[in-house]
Design a protein around this ligand. Structure first.
Ligand SMILES: *Cc1c(COP(=O)(O)O)cnc(C)c1O
Length: 393
Protein backbone atom coordinates (compact mmCIF):
# COMPACT_ATOMS: atom_id res chain seq x y z
CA UNK A 1 0.00 0.00 0.00
CA UNK A 2 2.69 2.46 1.05
CA UNK A 3 4.75 1.83 -2.08
CA UNK A 4 1.76 2.16 -4.36
CA UNK A 5 0.66 5.46 -2.77
CA UNK A 6 4.15 6.92 -3.24
CA UNK A 7 4.31 5.59 -6.76
CA UNK A 8 0.91 7.00 -7.73
CA UNK A 9 1.58 10.36 -6.06
CA UNK A 10 4.82 10.72 -7.97
CA UNK A 11 2.91 10.09 -11.19
CA UNK A 12 -0.24 12.19 -10.73
CA UNK A 13 0.71 15.10 -8.46
CA UNK A 14 2.69 18.08 -9.75
CA UNK A 15 6.30 17.37 -8.94
CA UNK A 16 6.88 20.63 -7.05
CA UNK A 17 7.78 18.92 -3.78
CA UNK A 18 10.65 16.65 -2.89
CA UNK A 19 8.99 14.32 -0.42
CA UNK A 20 10.31 12.11 2.34
CA UNK A 21 9.57 8.41 1.63
CA UNK A 22 6.82 7.90 4.21
CA UNK A 23 3.03 8.07 4.00
CA UNK A 24 1.60 9.76 7.08
CA UNK A 25 -1.79 8.58 8.16
CA UNK A 26 -2.63 9.63 11.71
CA UNK A 27 -1.55 12.05 14.39
CA UNK A 28 -2.08 12.74 18.08
CA UNK A 29 -0.46 15.60 19.96
CA UNK A 30 3.22 15.71 18.93
CA UNK A 31 3.16 12.22 17.40
CA UNK A 32 2.49 11.01 13.87
CA UNK A 33 2.13 7.49 12.52
CA UNK A 34 2.81 6.28 8.99
CA UNK A 35 1.08 3.55 7.01
CA UNK A 36 3.59 1.00 8.32
CA UNK A 37 2.61 1.85 11.89
CA UNK A 38 5.92 3.61 12.61
CA UNK A 39 5.74 6.46 15.12
CA UNK A 40 7.42 9.85 14.74
CA UNK A 41 7.88 12.84 17.02
CA UNK A 42 6.92 15.87 14.99
CA UNK A 43 9.39 18.77 15.06
CA UNK A 44 7.90 20.25 11.87
CA UNK A 45 4.24 20.67 12.88
CA UNK A 46 3.22 21.08 9.25
CA UNK A 47 5.77 23.94 9.08
CA UNK A 48 4.74 25.88 12.17
CA UNK A 49 1.06 25.18 11.56
CA UNK A 50 -0.17 22.62 14.10
CA UNK A 51 0.84 24.66 17.16
CA UNK A 52 -1.58 22.74 19.39
CA UNK A 53 -0.52 19.40 17.95
CA UNK A 54 -2.49 16.92 15.87
CA UNK A 55 -6.09 15.86 16.46
CA UNK A 56 -6.62 18.27 19.33
CA UNK A 57 -9.93 17.13 20.85
CA UNK A 58 -11.41 20.63 21.27
CA UNK A 59 -10.50 21.64 17.71
CA UNK A 60 -11.75 18.34 16.28
CA UNK A 61 -15.00 18.86 18.19
CA UNK A 62 -15.35 22.43 16.87
CA UNK A 63 -14.75 21.35 13.28
CA UNK A 64 -17.28 18.51 13.54
CA UNK A 65 -19.92 20.69 15.20
CA UNK A 66 -19.46 23.58 12.76
CA UNK A 67 -19.44 21.22 9.75
CA UNK A 68 -22.85 20.01 10.86
CA UNK A 69 -24.12 23.54 11.28
CA UNK A 70 -22.73 25.81 8.55
CA UNK A 71 -19.60 25.44 6.40
CA UNK A 72 -19.82 28.29 3.93
CA UNK A 73 -22.16 31.08 2.92
CA UNK A 74 -20.24 33.97 1.27
CA UNK A 75 -18.98 37.23 2.65
CA UNK A 76 -22.19 38.83 1.42
CA UNK A 77 -23.58 37.83 4.83
CA UNK A 78 -22.49 38.17 8.44
CA UNK A 79 -21.51 35.03 10.32
CA UNK A 80 -20.82 34.47 14.00
CA UNK A 81 -17.46 32.62 13.96
CA UNK A 82 -15.80 35.11 11.58
CA UNK A 83 -16.98 38.04 13.68
CA UNK A 84 -15.91 36.45 16.97
CA UNK A 85 -12.48 35.56 15.59
CA UNK A 86 -11.85 39.08 14.29
CA UNK A 87 -12.96 40.49 17.63
CA UNK A 88 -10.66 38.21 19.63
CA UNK A 89 -7.71 38.91 17.31
CA UNK A 90 -8.12 42.67 17.42
CA UNK A 91 -8.59 42.59 21.21
CA UNK A 92 -5.20 40.93 21.46
CA UNK A 93 -3.07 43.11 19.19
CA UNK A 94 -2.59 46.63 17.81
CA UNK A 95 -4.96 46.12 14.88
CA UNK A 96 -8.54 47.32 14.55
CA UNK A 97 -9.67 45.41 11.48
CA UNK A 98 -9.05 42.04 9.84
CA UNK A 99 -9.34 40.87 6.23
CA UNK A 100 -9.59 37.08 5.89
CA UNK A 101 -8.08 35.03 3.08
CA UNK A 102 -7.02 31.40 2.77
CA UNK A 103 -3.23 31.35 2.95
CA UNK A 104 -0.14 33.25 3.89
CA UNK A 105 0.45 34.41 0.34
CA UNK A 106 -3.08 35.77 0.17
CA UNK A 107 -2.63 37.61 3.46
CA UNK A 108 0.53 39.23 2.08
CA UNK A 109 -1.18 40.01 -1.22
CA UNK A 110 -3.84 41.84 0.75
CA UNK A 111 -1.18 43.74 2.72
CA UNK A 112 0.63 44.79 -0.46
CA UNK A 113 -2.62 45.92 -2.10
CA UNK A 114 -3.68 47.81 1.02
CA UNK A 115 -0.33 49.63 1.32
CA UNK A 116 -0.49 50.80 -2.29
CA UNK A 117 -4.16 51.79 -2.05
CA UNK A 118 -3.50 53.68 1.19
CA UNK A 119 -0.79 55.77 -0.49
CA UNK A 120 -3.13 56.56 -3.40
CA UNK A 121 -5.88 57.54 -0.97
CA UNK A 122 -3.41 59.87 0.76
CA UNK A 123 -2.93 61.63 -2.55
CA UNK A 124 0.49 60.08 -3.17
CA UNK A 125 0.09 57.88 -6.25
CA UNK A 126 3.86 57.90 -6.86
CA UNK A 127 4.36 55.96 -3.62
CA UNK A 128 4.05 52.36 -4.76
CA UNK A 129 7.46 50.95 -3.85
CA UNK A 130 7.77 48.23 -1.26
CA UNK A 131 11.16 47.68 0.35
CA UNK A 132 11.72 44.05 1.34
CA UNK A 133 14.57 42.05 2.84
CA UNK A 134 17.12 39.76 1.28
CA UNK A 135 16.48 36.12 2.29
CA UNK A 136 12.85 36.96 3.05
CA UNK A 137 9.95 34.68 2.26
CA UNK A 138 6.45 35.99 1.67
CA UNK A 139 4.80 33.39 -0.56
CA UNK A 140 4.59 31.98 -4.08
CA UNK A 141 1.96 34.09 -5.85
CA UNK A 142 3.27 36.65 -8.34
CA UNK A 143 3.14 39.61 -5.94
CA UNK A 144 4.49 37.69 -2.97
CA UNK A 145 7.32 36.09 -4.89
CA UNK A 146 8.13 39.56 -6.19
CA UNK A 147 8.50 40.51 -2.49
CA UNK A 148 10.60 37.43 -1.69
CA UNK A 149 14.33 38.07 -1.53
CA UNK A 150 15.51 34.67 -2.73
CA UNK A 151 16.58 34.12 -6.34
CA UNK A 152 15.77 30.41 -6.25
CA UNK A 153 12.08 31.27 -5.63
CA UNK A 154 11.86 33.99 -8.31
CA UNK A 155 13.83 32.09 -10.92
CA UNK A 156 11.89 31.26 -14.09
CA UNK A 157 8.95 33.55 -13.37
CA UNK A 158 10.15 36.88 -14.69
CA UNK A 159 9.05 39.54 -15.21
CA UNK A 160 8.19 39.90 -11.56
CA UNK A 161 6.02 42.79 -10.38
CA UNK A 162 7.34 46.31 -10.48
CA UNK A 163 8.21 48.27 -7.36
CA UNK A 164 9.91 45.77 -5.06
CA UNK A 165 13.44 46.35 -3.83
CA UNK A 166 15.67 44.51 -1.38
CA UNK A 167 18.12 45.33 1.37
CA UNK A 168 19.99 43.06 3.80
CA UNK A 169 18.07 42.20 6.98
CA UNK A 170 19.45 43.86 10.13
CA UNK A 171 21.12 46.66 8.12
CA UNK A 172 19.35 49.89 9.04
CA UNK A 173 21.67 52.05 6.93
CA UNK A 174 20.85 50.08 3.79
CA UNK A 175 17.17 50.42 4.59
CA UNK A 176 17.50 54.16 5.17
CA UNK A 177 19.11 54.46 1.73
CA UNK A 178 16.34 52.45 0.07
CA UNK A 179 13.23 54.04 1.58
CA UNK A 180 12.32 57.23 -0.30
CA UNK A 181 9.35 59.30 -1.52
CA UNK A 182 8.30 56.42 -3.75
CA UNK A 183 8.08 53.92 -0.89
CA UNK A 184 4.64 53.04 0.43
CA UNK A 185 5.79 50.30 2.79
CA UNK A 186 8.59 48.26 4.32
CA UNK A 187 7.70 44.58 4.47
CA UNK A 188 9.59 42.18 6.72
CA UNK A 189 9.39 39.14 8.97
CA UNK A 190 10.26 39.87 12.62
CA UNK A 191 12.33 36.67 12.54
CA UNK A 192 13.19 35.36 9.09
CA UNK A 193 11.89 31.80 8.85
CA UNK A 194 12.54 30.21 5.46
CA UNK A 195 15.64 32.39 5.11
CA UNK A 196 17.37 30.38 7.85
CA UNK A 197 15.85 31.44 11.22
CA UNK A 198 17.42 34.90 11.49
CA UNK A 199 16.27 36.99 14.46
CA UNK A 200 16.51 40.79 14.41
CA UNK A 201 19.43 42.44 16.14
CA UNK A 202 18.72 44.41 19.29
CA UNK A 203 16.94 47.64 18.41
CA UNK A 204 16.65 46.91 14.68
CA UNK A 205 12.87 46.68 14.49
CA UNK A 206 12.50 49.88 16.53
CA UNK A 207 14.81 51.62 14.07
CA UNK A 208 12.73 50.29 11.17
CA UNK A 209 9.59 51.66 12.85
CA UNK A 210 11.20 55.09 13.35
CA UNK A 211 12.48 55.17 9.79
CA UNK A 212 9.03 54.30 8.41
CA UNK A 213 7.49 57.09 10.50
CA UNK A 214 10.05 59.66 9.35
CA UNK A 215 9.68 58.79 5.66
CA UNK A 216 5.91 58.29 5.64
CA UNK A 217 6.02 54.58 4.82
CA UNK A 218 3.90 51.86 6.40
CA UNK A 219 5.52 49.04 8.36
CA UNK A 220 4.18 45.62 7.42
CA UNK A 221 5.17 42.66 9.58
CA UNK A 222 4.78 39.18 8.13
CA UNK A 223 4.04 37.10 11.25
CA UNK A 224 2.80 34.13 9.27
CA UNK A 225 5.48 31.84 10.71
CA UNK A 226 6.28 33.71 13.93
CA UNK A 227 2.74 34.46 15.10
CA UNK A 228 0.26 32.50 17.23
CA UNK A 229 2.57 31.87 20.16
CA UNK A 230 5.40 30.29 18.20
CA UNK A 231 8.12 32.48 19.72
CA UNK A 232 6.74 32.63 23.28
CA UNK A 233 4.54 35.68 22.71
CA UNK A 234 1.26 35.70 20.80
CA UNK A 235 3.04 37.77 18.12
CA UNK A 236 6.82 37.98 17.79
CA UNK A 237 6.85 41.78 17.53
CA UNK A 238 5.79 41.91 21.20
CA UNK A 239 9.34 40.82 22.12
CA UNK A 240 10.77 43.86 20.38
CA UNK A 241 8.42 46.55 21.57
CA UNK A 242 7.31 47.65 18.10
CA UNK A 243 3.87 48.09 16.63
CA UNK A 244 3.42 47.71 12.86
CA UNK A 245 0.68 49.30 10.75
CA UNK A 246 -0.19 46.01 9.08
CA UNK A 247 0.43 42.41 10.15
CA UNK A 248 -0.18 39.19 8.28
CA UNK A 249 -1.05 35.81 9.79
CA UNK A 250 -1.74 32.35 8.41
CA UNK A 251 -0.03 29.02 9.22
CA UNK A 252 -1.01 28.28 12.85
CA UNK A 253 -4.05 30.54 12.96
CA UNK A 254 -6.54 27.66 12.56
CA UNK A 255 -4.10 24.91 13.69
CA UNK A 256 -4.16 23.25 10.26
CA UNK A 257 -7.23 24.47 8.41
CA UNK A 258 -6.39 26.88 5.57
CA UNK A 259 -6.66 30.51 6.62
CA UNK A 260 -4.85 33.79 6.12
CA UNK A 261 -5.47 37.12 7.80
CA UNK A 262 -4.32 40.66 7.16
CA UNK A 263 -4.71 42.95 10.14
CA UNK A 264 -4.41 46.73 10.11
CA UNK A 265 -5.01 49.84 12.15
CA UNK A 266 -8.27 51.68 11.60
CA UNK A 267 -6.49 54.52 9.81
CA UNK A 268 -4.86 52.24 7.24
CA UNK A 269 -7.79 49.82 6.97
CA UNK A 270 -9.97 52.75 5.82
CA UNK A 271 -8.46 52.20 2.37
CA UNK A 272 -10.09 48.77 2.15
CA UNK A 273 -13.62 49.99 1.59
CA UNK A 274 -16.51 48.20 -0.14
CA UNK A 275 -15.30 46.43 -3.28
CA UNK A 276 -11.59 47.09 -2.74
CA UNK A 277 -10.72 43.43 -2.13
CA UNK A 278 -12.51 40.11 -1.75
CA UNK A 279 -12.18 36.36 -1.34
CA UNK A 280 -14.84 33.69 -1.88
CA UNK A 281 -13.62 31.37 0.84
CA UNK A 282 -11.94 33.96 3.06
CA UNK A 283 -13.07 33.51 6.66
CA UNK A 284 -15.67 30.77 6.18
CA UNK A 285 -17.57 29.74 9.31
CA UNK A 286 -15.83 26.33 9.36
CA UNK A 287 -12.30 27.68 9.28
CA UNK A 288 -12.88 30.68 11.54
CA UNK A 289 -14.66 28.51 14.12
CA UNK A 290 -11.55 26.29 14.25
CA UNK A 291 -9.32 29.36 14.51
CA UNK A 292 -11.46 30.83 17.26
CA UNK A 293 -11.10 27.64 19.31
CA UNK A 294 -7.35 27.47 18.59
CA UNK A 295 -6.82 31.09 19.64
CA UNK A 296 -8.96 30.63 22.75
CA UNK A 297 -6.86 27.62 23.80
CA UNK A 298 -3.63 29.54 23.14
CA UNK A 299 -4.80 32.42 25.31
CA UNK A 300 -6.44 30.43 28.11
CA UNK A 301 -4.28 27.36 28.59
CA UNK A 302 -0.92 29.07 29.15
CA UNK A 303 0.37 27.45 25.93
CA UNK A 304 2.28 30.56 24.90
CA UNK A 305 4.19 31.03 28.19
CA UNK A 306 4.98 27.35 28.10
CA UNK A 307 6.31 27.65 24.53
CA UNK A 308 8.66 30.39 25.72
CA UNK A 309 9.97 28.22 28.58
CA UNK A 310 10.25 25.01 26.54
CA UNK A 311 11.89 26.98 23.75
CA UNK A 312 14.53 28.39 26.11
CA UNK A 313 15.20 24.86 27.41
CA UNK A 314 15.46 23.50 23.86
CA UNK A 315 17.77 26.31 22.71
CA UNK A 316 20.00 25.78 25.73
CA UNK A 317 20.22 22.05 24.97
CA UNK A 318 21.14 22.80 21.33
CA UNK A 319 23.77 25.32 22.47
CA UNK A 320 25.31 22.65 24.73
CA UNK A 321 25.32 20.27 21.77
CA UNK A 322 27.18 22.92 19.79
CA UNK A 323 30.00 22.86 22.37
CA UNK A 324 30.47 19.13 21.70
CA UNK A 325 30.14 19.12 17.90
CA UNK A 326 32.27 21.43 15.79
CA UNK A 327 30.06 20.85 12.75
CA UNK A 328 27.39 23.02 14.43
CA UNK A 329 28.10 26.59 13.35
CA UNK A 330 25.23 28.38 15.03
CA UNK A 331 22.06 28.00 17.08
CA UNK A 332 19.47 30.74 16.52
CA UNK A 333 15.87 31.63 17.14
CA UNK A 334 13.29 32.45 19.75
CA UNK A 335 10.76 30.31 21.58
CA UNK A 336 9.95 27.20 19.57
CA UNK A 337 11.22 28.56 16.27
CA UNK A 338 14.84 27.43 16.38
CA UNK A 339 17.53 26.90 13.78
CA UNK A 340 20.76 24.93 13.99
CA UNK A 341 23.19 25.71 11.20
CA UNK A 342 25.71 23.05 10.16
CA UNK A 343 28.94 23.40 8.23
CA UNK A 344 27.59 21.08 5.49
CA UNK A 345 24.28 20.15 3.81
CA UNK A 346 21.80 18.78 6.34
CA UNK A 347 19.84 16.32 4.10
CA UNK A 348 21.76 13.29 5.25
CA UNK A 349 21.22 14.03 8.92
CA UNK A 350 17.53 14.72 8.32
CA UNK A 351 17.15 11.34 6.60
CA UNK A 352 18.80 9.61 9.55
CA UNK A 353 16.59 11.47 12.02
CA UNK A 354 13.55 10.28 10.08
CA UNK A 355 14.76 6.67 10.34
CA UNK A 356 15.09 7.16 14.09
CA UNK A 357 11.54 8.54 14.35
CA UNK A 358 12.05 12.30 14.35
CA UNK A 359 10.52 14.62 11.76
CA UNK A 360 12.73 17.67 11.26
CA UNK A 361 13.09 19.79 8.15
CA UNK A 362 15.77 22.01 6.84
CA UNK A 363 15.95 25.55 5.48
CA UNK A 364 18.62 26.97 3.17
CA UNK A 365 20.18 23.51 2.82
CA UNK A 366 22.34 23.60 5.93
CA UNK A 367 20.05 24.74 8.75
CA UNK A 368 17.80 22.40 10.71
CA UNK A 369 14.56 24.14 11.63
CA UNK A 370 12.82 23.03 14.80
CA UNK A 371 9.19 24.15 14.96
CA UNK A 372 7.37 21.47 16.99
CA UNK A 373 3.84 21.84 18.34
CA UNK A 374 3.97 24.28 21.26
CA UNK A 375 2.83 21.46 23.55
CA UNK A 376 6.06 19.51 23.04
CA UNK A 377 7.42 17.95 26.26
CA UNK A 378 10.95 18.25 27.59
CA UNK A 379 11.43 14.47 27.44
CA UNK A 380 10.62 14.55 23.71
CA UNK A 381 13.22 17.29 23.25
CA UNK A 382 15.73 15.29 25.32
CA UNK A 383 15.19 12.25 23.08
CA UNK A 384 15.89 14.34 19.96
CA UNK A 385 19.00 15.89 21.53
CA UNK A 386 20.35 12.42 22.46
CA UNK A 387 19.75 11.25 18.91
CA UNK A 388 21.48 14.32 17.42
CA UNK A 389 24.39 13.78 19.81
CA UNK A 390 24.80 10.23 18.47
CA UNK A 391 24.39 11.13 14.82
CA UNK A 392 26.55 14.26 14.60
CA UNK A 393 30.26 13.81 13.98
C1 LIG B 1 4.72 30.11 4.91
C2 LIG B 1 4.96 31.57 4.82
C3 LIG B 1 4.30 32.35 3.85
C4 LIG B 1 3.42 31.77 2.78
O1 LIG B 1 2.29 31.12 3.30
P1 LIG B 1 1.42 30.17 2.33
O2 LIG B 1 0.25 29.80 3.20
O3 LIG B 1 2.28 29.01 1.96
O4 LIG B 1 1.03 30.98 1.16
C5 LIG B 1 4.53 33.71 3.86
N1 LIG B 1 5.35 34.27 4.75
C6 LIG B 1 5.99 33.55 5.70
C7 LIG B 1 6.89 34.24 6.67
C8 LIG B 1 5.83 32.18 5.75
O5 LIG B 1 6.51 31.46 6.65
Amino acid sequence: MTESIMHTADRVIAATYKRFPIVLQRGKGCNLWDTQGRQYTDFVAGIAVCNLGHAHPRIAETIARQAGELVHVSNLYYTIPQTELARLLTENCFADRVFFGNSGAEANEAAIKLARKYAKDQGQPERFGIVCMEKSFHGRTMATLSATGQDKIRKGFSPVLEGFSFVPFNDIEALAAAVDDHTCAVLLEPIQGEGGIHPPELGYLTQVRELCDRRGALMILDEIQTGMGRTGKLFAHEHYDVVPDIMTLAKALANGLPIGAMLATEKVAQSFGVGAHASTFGGTPLVTAAALTALTILLEDKVIERAGETGAYFKDALSKLKLRHRCILDVRGQGLLLGMQLDAPADDLIGKLLERGFLVNCVQGDTLRFAPPLIIEKNEINALIRCLDELLP
